[in-house]
Design a protein around this ligand. Structure first.
Ligand code: ATP
Length: 298
């Protein structure tokens, strides 16, 4: 039996006000249960609008939304099954982090104190401080804890690491991986390509209210260009090398760029004495930005 998608939108349209911008122009989006899905696009593309519709913070002009199989407009139970975090986590500043998280934990049916403490320790967050006295980055950590602490089946994260430094971005990546390993679904908008690369199974790219591409990260990775350097005992001639873009030979060192299948290249050098080979992890960032600017050329 097919499982119910964690998120499904059909022909989703959102127009703000009577004469306002049409932020979404018929969005069809499906996120499977257990997927980590990255939602990417330039500023103003419609990412936050989509997320607000999923959470029933705003209502669609037309089209349908299903979250964990139900219409978010008609299900109060859904709230407890979601973890939500926006980039600018804002709460009443007089409470301490501990007070707020205990309160939210109770609302969500009880979260063990040990779980909150572990998350706070991983993020290096002092729970005894009043939230109003925290820096933006530390306030955002409180937001990260409240989103993850009850291990919700679906995490909806809107640019979650804005304001976090690189160390904490890495901690965040670990939390997403842990959630994914636990079978939770993660839907995340982000401008931080490294975290998308490290966590997402698929990415959807939205421009101007329309989904322009949905790609498997592994497929993207295979298509992305890698720099390659091969050191030979005694090098072949460049005319004997196959499957390598922009090949150049300096002494015994061959350099070039590989995209897609490496088989032709490897076979062309297999008859020569290779003393070392280095291939860089593909950078998907360039590919994403090509999509942002010219989706048809990517
Ligand atoms: N409350 C609102 N009233 C009127 N127009 C809005 C409102 N919120 C968003 N918009 C418009 O809808 C479009 C989509 O905005 P949205 O915030 O969804 O984009 P985004 O992809 O999240 O951008 P960013 O990366 O900058 O957060 C934009 O043209 C924006 O100006």
């Amino acid at each position: 039996m097919a499982t119910t998608p964690a998120i499904q939108t059909e022909a989703l349209v959102k127009r703000y006000g009577r004469s306002g911008a049409t932020a979404l122009k018929g969005l069809d989006l499906t996120v499977g249960e257990g997927e980590v899905f990255g939602f990417l696009g330039p500023n103003g593309a419609g990412k936050s609008t989509t997320i607000r519709l999923l959470l029933d913070l705003i209502r669609p002009t037309s089209g349908t939304v299903r979250v964990l199989g139900v219409d978010p407009r008609s299900s109060h139970e859904l709230r407890g099954k979601l973890g939500y975090l926006a980039g600018d986590f804002v709460v009443n500043g007089r409470q301490t982090g501990r007070e707020l998280l205990d309160y939210l934990g109770d609302l969500r049916g009880g979260v063990p104190r040990q779980r909150i403490d572990e998350l706070a320790a991983a993020l290096d967050l002092d729970l005894s401080r009043r939230i109003g006295t925290l820096s933006k980055g530390n306030r955002q950590k409180v937001g990260v804890v409240q989103a993850f602490m009850h291990r919700p089946p679906l995490l909806v994260l809107d640019e979650p690491t804005s304001g976090l430094d690189p160390f904490l971005q890495q901690q965040f990546v670990e939390l997403v991986r842990e959630a994914s390993g636990n079978g939770q679904t993660v839907f995340m908008s982000s401008h931080v390509m490294s975290e998308v690369q490290q966590t997402c199974h698929r990415v959807g790219i939205i421009r101007d209210g329309t989904l322009v591409a949905v790609e498997d990260i592994d497929d993207l990775r295979k298509r992305a260009v890698r720099k390659v350097e091969v050191v030979f005992g005694s090098p072949p001639g460049l005319d004997q090398i196959a499957g390598l873009q922009e090949p150049s030979l300096t002494g015994n060192v061959l350099r070039g760029r590989l995209s897609g299948d490496a088989d032709a290249f490897i076979k062309s050098i297999a008859g020569f004495h290779v003393t070392d080979i280095v291939s860089e992890e593909p950078e998907l960032e360039e590919l994403f930005f090509t999509y942002y600017a010219h989706p048809q050329e990517a």
